[in-house]
Design a protein around this ligand. Structure first.
Ligand code: IPM
Ligand code: MG
Length: 357
């Protein structure tokens, strides 16, 4: 097949990890006989530097004209003043919204060879294989924000809002994913306090009862979910939650996998368009050193093959190649546990070398 893929390299280690994922996609193209055409566009801090805008119009247009988008990371100390009117993160939030990517899939699996890399006790980690389905274009991130004068100085607010439709469509994504896995959905909210969460919970109950009676459903409050993620992480299959809770819980869940550098994500909307990115940030402390772990980005490329290009065998081949490399002891420094390590480029090469039909 032929496919156009937009690469948004972004900031920090973004360009380094994207280079490896591109190499792997090129490897897939040659092994399986596809033609992937890559084009690059600006996002984040580098886009601010070059155009004054973290999300230039040309970037949105290029993404819309492609089948899928692969993104590195945005942000860095140069642009990190939270009071600055223009910030790299606006580019990321803006592209998610502009492309209508409301479903953020963050799978968390622990590779058996990396059990020791996690700070958690090994017996808790056995069998961890979960998918967080985070709502990505609503909630408190997009409900409107403002400031007013206040007798003590100022009052600032961010509005948390969800519509029935926004909740219904993410629950459907979660339940459909659960049917392909272990058939269980855990919905996370704060229904003992928030009105938004009460609408969330009743909507989840209604959709699941009417459309997915075969899928097991449980509700957990977000504070308890934070605890259970550490206490009994293997009990989760698909976790569905709103934008901010999902943001927080997925960073927590990433610790299970030993390193943030290991985990991929997919952001999907209606239709096949998707944006794929590692869950880690721009890691400015190690940028430019060639030691970043490209695995999360490479696994994101596998998700791209699966969800946007419908190339399941190719996606599985990439995942298998990553697994074999890890099993055979190929390690970037973040997962080397003090032992021998390879650099970013060598990790990418190790995956490409293990690709086969
Ligand atoms: C993430 C990130 C972003 C988010 C930031 C960079 C805006 O933390 O993708 O989890 O909060 O969504
Ligand atoms: Mg986050």
């Amino acid at each position: 097949m032929e496919a156009k893929i937009t690469l948004l390299r972004g900031d920090g280690v973004g360009p380094e990890v994207i280079a490896e994922a591109r190499k792997v996609l090129e490897g897939v193209a040659s092994v399986f006989g596809h033609t992937f055409t890559f084009s690059e566009a600006l996002i984040g801090g580098i886009a601010i530097d070059e155009t004054g805008n973290p999300l230039p119009d040309e970037t949105i247009a290029m993404c819309r004209a492609s089948e899928a988008v692969l993104l590195g990371a945005v942000g860095g100390p140069k642009w990190s003043d939270p009071m600055a009117p223009v910030r790299p993160e606006q580019g990321l939030l803006g592209i998610r919204k502009a492309l209508g990517l409301f479903a953020n899939l963050r799978p968390v699996k622990v590779h058996p060879a990396l059990l020791e890399a996690s700070p958690l006790k090994v017996d808790r980690l056995k069998g961890v294989d979960m998918l967080v389905m985070r709502e990505l274009t609503g909630g408190i991130y997009f409900g409107g924000t403002g400031r007013e004068a206040h007798e003590s100085g100022e009052l600032a607010f961010d509005r948390m809002a969800y519509t029935t439709l926004e909740i219904e469509r993410i629950v459907r994504c979660a339940a459909l994913a659960a049917r392909m896995r272990r058939n269980k959905v855990t919905s996370v909210d704060k229904a003992n306090v928030l009105e938004v969460s009460r609408l969330w919970r009743s909507t989840v109950d209604r959709v699941m009862a009417a459309e997915f009676p075969d899928v097991e459903l449980e509700h957990i409050l977000v504070d308890a979910a934070a605890m259970f993620l550490i206490q009994k992480p293997a009990s989760f299959d698909v976790m569905v939650t709103g934008n901010m809770f999902g943001d927080i819980l997925t960073d927590e869940a990433s610790v299970l996998a030993g390193s943030m550098g290991m985990l991929p994500s997919a952001s999907l909307g209606e239709g096949g368009m998707g944006l794929y990115e590692p869950i880690h940030g721009s890691a400015p402390d190690i940028a430019g050193q060639g030691i970043a772990n490209p695995t999360g980005t490479i696994l994101s490329a596998a998700m791209l093959l699966r969800h946007s290009l419908n190339l399941e065998a190719e996606a599985a081949a990439v995942e298998l190649a990553v697994n074999s490399a890890i099993t055979e002891g190929v390690r970037t420094i973040d997962i080397a546990d003090g032992g021998a390590s390879v650099n970013t480029c060598e990790m990418g090469d190790a995956v490409v070398a293990r690709l086969s039909k």
